[in-house]
Design a protein around this ligand. Structure first.
Ligand code: HEM
Length: 219
């Protein structure tokens, strides 16, 4: 399995780093609103993702920003991007934060609610909203916006890869635990049902295409 530390970040030149910092500073929209915009785009692209967010309240496709619990989630999402922008001089310093964040996402797999394509939905929706924000700034012509979007894409690709590596590590860890429990309990008492999961992408010696997750609850 690829450790998140081993995933290399895009190497930004000093000029590119300054462009990213400067543009981020110039985006005037409240960060929480940017986060809500990103989530609205995500839910529009993939409505099925909504079921992962029970705290979400939508009014005509828009997030109810007064429902503070969800808009706080939206803010936390943007803060991850902001942390990377503030760490451009040493991006590896955020590796552990992203790895841990990814590991916290591992629990989503357990309910079979997660799909691998969600990663690219989050990535593309974030880029789309960032482009919209940049376009609204008078300071940048189309060419500059395109260049900036390319830079944000590289940064976000790094962020998502690191989170994904943490997520995969968590799934592998859970599977190993289950395999150990299986071996010590014997298979006969365990009630099993099979769950096709995106974690099949994780290289795991003992588990093949379909992962049999032992779940404690009765079916
Ligand atoms: C761009 C990659 C992503 C980032 C930066 C990100 C960021 C975050 C952050 C900061 C949290 C709060 C976690 C905590 O403090 O424990 C969170 C929670 C969560 N994320 Fe993500 N996430 C990403 C991708 C995804 C994907 C692909 C999904 C799947 C649809 C997802 C679903 C969730 C859910 C369901 C929660 C828990 C929300 C709650 O507490 O109700 N995230 N995410």
């Amino acid at each position: 399995m690829v450790s998140s530390v081993k995933i290399e970040w895009f190497v930004f030149s000093e000029e590119e780093k300054n462009l990213l910092r400067e543009s981020w500073k110039m985006i005037n929209t409240e960060k929480k609103a940017i986060g809500c915009g990103i989530y609205e785009m995500i839910f529009m692209q993939c409505p099925e993702i909504r079921r992962l967010f029970p705290k979400l309240i939508l009014k005509g496709g828009k997030i109810d920003k007064k429902a503070t619990e969800f808009s706080f989630q939206a803010l936390r999402f943007v803060q991850v991007i902001e942390t990377a922008i503030f760490s451009l001089d040493g991006l590896h310093s955020v590796d552990n934060i992203l790895d841990n964040l990814g590991r916290r996402h591992g629990k989503l797999e357990l309910n079979n609610k997660f799909r691998a394509y969600y990663w690219s939905t989050f990535l593309e929706s974030s880029i789309c909203i960032i482009r919209k924000e940049l376009t609204q700034l008078r300071n940048y012509n189309d060419e500059k916006v395109d260049q900036l979007v390319m830079l944000y894409r590289e940064l976000l690709r790094g962020i998502v890869s690191k989170i994904k590596a943490g997520y995969n590590a968590d799934i592998t860890h859970r599977l190993n635990q289950m395999t150990i429990e299986d071996a010590s309990n014997g298979d006969s008492n365990a009630r099993r049902y099979s769950v096709q999961t995106s974690a099949t992408a994780v290289s795991h010696n003992t588990i093949h295409v379909t992962l049999h997750l032992n779940l404690l609850q009765a079916i």
